[in-house]
Structure formats: structure tokens, C-alpha cells
Design a protein around this ligand. Structure first.
Ligand SMILES: [Fe+2]
Ligand SMILES: [Fe+2]
Length: 189
């Protein structure tokens, strides 16, 4: 392999995502055992999946790696895999949204939301190991072969810029949301 690979940082990020998937998996077993959910643990896991797995990790995959692959003469097999991976990202986004919403309602006393929490968390726990295995063991190797050494180096630079910008975007959104909340409070909504 020529020069550092843009697959490297993505694979390293997968290892952290796996740790949160393991936490969710253990929480699912605990829910079955005690008949209730740890809402703090689920909120933390969902926040990680939204900000780190989706915005930071899927963000670099889709906005840099997949974007650049679109310009390459990919084999139909590789293109199919990339489409499937993008669909997985969309599904994961929806499931995390459902998980956040159900967890909030459950924390507010809506006991029936526990079923939605279990269902969304189970689907995420199934999706991520399969998705990560496809990227690590099937897709990344042939994908890297489409790029020159210079293109790979440029991609790594773009990753760094992307990560650097992200924290500012995340906290600007948080402040925007907090201001909207304060405004709604003042107007008595
Ligand atoms: Fe992915
Ligand atoms: Fe990934």
C-alpha cells in the first residue's frame, strides 16, 4: 500500500463505535432482566451515535471518501456496496432519531415507549457490526485502489479539516437550539 491510507482513521473510529454498540447490547440484555431502561446510558449512547458515528464518521465517509469515489470508474460490485453503505447510514440516522425520541418519552413516564427503545436499539446493534465488517473487510481495500498516492494524502488533509470544523458546527447548533428553547420559554409555549 502506497503512503498512509485514508481507510486507517476510519477503521480506528470503528473501534470506538464498537465499544458503544457493546454498551447498547449489554443494556438490551439488562432491560430484559430488570424490565426497565437506563435512560442516562441510552441518551449517552444515542448522543455518541448522532455526533460521533453520524456527523463525524459517516460525515467523512460520505462527504469525502464516497464523494471522491463517485468520480472514479468503480466496478458495479463496488458501486453496489457503496450504495448499500449509504443506505445503512440513512437507516442508522432514522433509528437513532427514534431511539432519542422514545428514550425522552420513556424518561418522562411513558412506559409504553420501552418497546420502541428495545426495537430501535436492537436494530442498531444488528446494523453496526455488519456495516463495519463490510467496510473493514470488503469495501475499503478495493476502494483505496482507485486513488493515487497524492489523492490519498489530500483526502487525509480533508479529514483533518473536517474534524477541526465539526466541533464548531456542533456547538453552534447547540447554542441555536438553546436560544430557540429560551425564546419558546419566554413566549410561554
Ligand atoms: Fe459507513
Ligand atoms: Fe464506517
Amino acid at each position: 500500500m502506497r503512503g498512509p491510507s485514508p481507510a486507517g482513521p476510519l477503521m480506528k473510529e470503528h473501534r470506538l463505535i464498537e465499544r458503544v454498540v457493546a454498551l447498547l447490547q449489554a443494556e438490551l440484555a439488562a432491560i430484559d432482566e430488570r424490565g426497565s431502561a437506563n435512560t442516562t446510558l441510552i441518551a449517552t449512547s444515542a448522543e455518541f451515535l448522532h455526533t460521533y458515528a453520524d456527523l463525524c464518521h459517516h460525515g467523512k465517509e460520505e462527504d469525502i471518501l464516497f464523494r471522491d469515489l463517485h468520480d472514479k470508474p468503480m466496478t458495479s460490485e463496488d458501486a453496489d456496496i457503496m450504495r448499500g453503505l449509504t443506505e445503512d447510514h440513512k437507516l442508522s440516522r432514522r433509528l437513532v432519531g427514534t431511539l432519542v425520541d422514545a428514550n425522552r418519552r420513556y424518561a418522562n413516564g411513558e412506559m409504553a415507549a420501552l418497546g420502541e427503545i428495545r426495537s430501535a436499539a436492537s436494530k442498531l446493534v444488528e446494523l453496526y457490526p455488519r456495516h463495519i465488517a463490510t467496510e473493514d473487510k470488503v469495501f475499503f481495500k478495493p476502494a483505496m485502489e482507485y486513488f493515487t498516492e497524492g489523492e490519498r494524502a489530500e483526502m487525509l488533509r480533508e479529514y483533518a479539516d473536517f474534524d477541526q470544523q465539526l466541533i464548531h458546527d456542533v456547538y453552534r447548533t447547540l447554542v441555536d437550539d438553546a436560544e430557540a428553547l429560551a425564546e419558546a420559554d419566554r413566549s410561554g409555549d
